[in-house]
Design a protein around this ligand. Structure first.
Ligand code: TIU
Length: 271
């Protein structure tokens, strides 16, 4: 059992552990593990230049791979979009997710959506534009962009497994009105590998929020997608321009190569 999964188990089986004690326990775990293990560093080839990350300080953050955005009849389609465009990200991301799970790194999923009473949905968002259905209206996958409805859930190909936190967010950014930041701090995460949809909306917003909070973000271009190919391209360019003004851009192939190296190091050390 990895340290991280032991931590998840402790929190899940003992929900009454006071929060401060949890931090203390977790810090103790880190201190001990730091002594016992040797740090695994991986080099991820990226633009504007490659980046070296410490695996235990890195989280894979998968943004909003929900049926509401990827499948017909959901929120994305009500806005007039061709949702089939987002399928391009699924296979590359599936491969990265599987490899990341093998390393034991922290994996976090996010979902955009609202409470059934829409009390957390700003009228400015609900009333925006002229969609075929509005947030909260009944659609073929349940109420549009509402938590607990089939359309709000993550696509089966990328479904979270036990121990992978799911962050429900009311906005486009994954930090706004969520507990993502405290979760990352408690796990001593410094690096975020970011993927998901859509490139220029929720992925970009989250990367900008993360960058301002001091995280180093590596965005996997082919594991992101947009309804607008030109926005996808520009969304990635904006991140890596000016020496990496918001972060780094890589892709599934380069990430998989880095993760394969990490797994080889771990296997050699166990032998
Ligand atoms: N419309 C659009 O491109 N995206 C969103 O509304 N949400 C996310 O990107 N998740």
């Amino acid at each position: 059992m990895t340290l991280r999964s032991a931590w998840h188990n402790a929190c899940e089986t003992s929900p009454c552990i006071p929060f401060i004690l949890r931090i203390a326990l977790w810090d103790g775990g880190r201190a001990q593990s730091r002594h016992e293990r040797r740090v695994v560093k991986i080099e991820i080839a990226a633009e504007p230049q490659s980046i070296s990350v410490e695996l235990d300080r890195t989280a894979l953050v998968i943004i909003d791979m929900q049926r509401d955005f990827l499948e017909p009849g959901g929120f994305g389609e009500t806005l007039g979009n061709d949702v089939s465009r987002l399928q391009a990200a699924v296979k590359p991301l599936q491969a990265v997710l599987a490899a990341a799970r093998d390393t034991g790194m922290l994996i976090i999923h996010t979902r955009e959506g609202h409470r059934p009473d829409l009390s957390d949905a700003p009228p400015a968002k609900v009333e925006r534009g002229a969609p075929s259905k509005r947030i909260g209206d009944e659609g073929p996958m349940g109420r549009i962009l509402v938590r607990g409805e089939p359309g709000h859930d993550i696509v089966p190909e990328l479904y979270p497994i036990e121990g992978e936190p799911v962050i429900d967010k009311p906005g486009k950014g994954a930090f706004y009105q969520t507990d993502l930041e405290i979760m990352l701090r408690n796990c001593a995460i410094d690096y975020l590998v970011v993927a998901g949809v859509t490139t220029e909306v929720c992925v970009n917003t989250t990367v900008r929020e993360a960058n301002d909070r001091g995280y180093r973000c590596i965005v996997l271009g082919d594991c992101c997608a947009s309804y607008f190919p030109e926005f996808h391209e520009m969304g990635l360019k904006m991140i890596k321009a000016q020496g990496g003004i918001f972060g780094w851009v890589s892709d599934s192939h380069r990430m998989l190569a880095a993760l394969a190296h990490a797994n080889k190091v771990r296997t050699l050390r166990k032998a």
